[in-house]
Ligand binder design. Structure first.
Ligand SMILES: Nc1ncnc2c1ncn2[C@@H]1O[C@H](COP(=O)(O)OP(=O)(O)OP(=O)(O)O)[C@@H](O)[C@H]1O
Ligand SMILES: [Mg+2]
Length: 407
């Protein structure tokens, strides 16, 4: 933090911003955000929190502002910055406001500014009764994978809970991101003891949250899903084992190296390094892989088409593009990038425009597009383009219908 401007005692605040967010400078940072009346304030749904959180919208984007004691804000900001540097699964930090005239331990000591995650919601939106109904499996997998990814990046969370995560629909899965890093620290690598400590905290937090939910919904504590955290922990261990597995590959089994890389891609990970250590007997090698961020399909889709989507949405859209290429193989340019432009202009964009007119602005058009892909057109070997050409375009409602149980 040494390169930050140091405030003198007469300044009511200092603001440190990452580039590209000019509108934020004009806000009244000397006053508590609880007292703001600026026209930039927007009312957006948010989860339970101890601190005051408000949202502001500008032409360049929407932001979440959290007011909290100085040390916690600094720690949150540093954690989010470091996770952002490695494309980690967390909200992106935009700035930090320090109010040197306030008590640094007081609630108004500082403000953390993060980019608002569009179409995100809290876990409560997924509840049906005292538990998560048909979404439980997806939620648990996503949650376990989030903790695995963070640990792979060396992040000890210290307060992993359902409410410190933001959720978003991601094709047939759920995308999860750390939203609260006040207690987190990043290490070069995490020891097994630290990982276990983090898991223990998660199990306890989740049990508490499930007990609260049961109480609120009038469900008996005996019927509360109090072991959900243990279920998440079991899935976490399975992911960890798979991602860290060292495999023995015989001389005639070279294809297994490709299989392993394909499997990591399938899980969404970019492969950072492959390490092969030959055994003295010359008959086999030991294979180790190191993964980077979990944006494999997101990155491929963006490189090919310029479209920015969540990981599973991107996977599904790439497969739509593939079907399109097959269906038009005679008339498409051989160059993949040019074919992708044709798909985007002729199939994807027109359908997205139609969907955007039919869903409420708070719903994600890309998710609606994926819902449409999933809704059966694929089974008949149709691409979305054919349904555009059809007389009726009646896509399934995406996020809201999904929230109410649409698988
Ligand atoms: N960047 C963001 N995008 C969307 N929503 C956000 C963002 N930042 C915060 N929120 C909303 O604000 C809520 C509270 O944030 P956060 O958990 O960081 O607050 P907190 O007061 O520190 O929580 P705690 O009570 O766990 O200490 C989140 O659950 C989320 O709904
Ligand atoms: Mg929180």
């Amino acid at each position: 933090m040494s390169d930050r401007p140091v405030a003198t005692s007469i300044e009511p605040y200092t603001i440190t911003l990452r580039p590209g967010h000019p509108g934020l400078i004009e806000l009244d940072w000397a006053r508590s955000i609880a007292d703001w009346t600026t026209a930039h304030l927007v009312d957006l749904p948010r989860g339970i929190s101890r601190h005051t959180v408000r949202f502001v919208a500008f032409e360049q984007g929407t932001y979440a502002i959290k007011e909290l004691p100085l040390k916690a804000a600094q720690r949150d900001y540093e954690t989010l910055r470091r996770l952002g540097d490695v494309n980690g699964p967390a909200v992106r930090p935009v700035g930090l406001v320090v109010r040197p005239l306030e008590d640094p331990n007081g609630e108004q000591g500082a403000c953390l500014i993060t980019r608002y995650i569009d179409y995100s919601f809290s876990y409560r939106e997924l509840l049906s009764g005292g538990s998560f109904g048909p979404r439980r499996e997806q939620l648990l997998d996503a949650f376990a994978m989030l903790l695995t990814e963070l640990h792979l990046l060396g992040c000890f969370w210290g307060d992993c809970s359902l409410s410190n995560v933001l959720y978003r629909f991601d094709a047939g899965a759920i995308d999860t991101r750390l939203v609260d890093g006040e207690t987190a620290s990043i290490y070069d690598t995490l020891s097994d003891a630290r990982r276990q400590h983090d898991i223990d905290i998660m199990v306890e937090n989740v049990a508490g949250e499930m007990a609260d939910i049961a109480a609120e919904q009038g469900v008996s504590i005996d019927d509360a899903d109090l072991h959900m955290g243990e279920d998440i922990a079991a899935r976490y261990h399975a992911f960890w084992r798979e991602l860290r597995a060292e495999e023995r590959i015989e001389r005639h089994e070279q294809y297994r190296i490709t299989e392993r890389v394909d499997r990591l891609h399938e899980l969404g990970f970019e492969v950072d390094e492959i390490q092969l250590v030959p055994h003295a007997d010359g008959e086999h090698v030991h294979l180790k892989t190191r993964v980077a961020d979990r944006n494999y399909h997101t990155n491929r889709l963006r490189d090919l088409t310029g479209i920015q989507a969540a990981e599973n949405q991107a996977r599904q859209m790439l497969s739509d593009l593939h079907y399109y290429e097959m269906a038009h193989s005679g008339s498409l340019p051989a160059n993949r990038a040019l074919a992708a432009v044709r798909w985007r202009v002729e199939a994807f964009e027109p359908m997205l425009a139609r969907l955007a007119q039919q869903i409420p602005p708070i719903e994600d058009p890309l998710q609606a597009y994926c819902d449409l892909l999933q809704s059966g057109h694929r089974k008949q070997n149709f691409t979305v383009e054919y349904s555009v050409a059809g007389a009726r375009c009646d896509p399934p409602r995406s996020t809201n219908s999904s929230k109410s149980g649409h698988p």
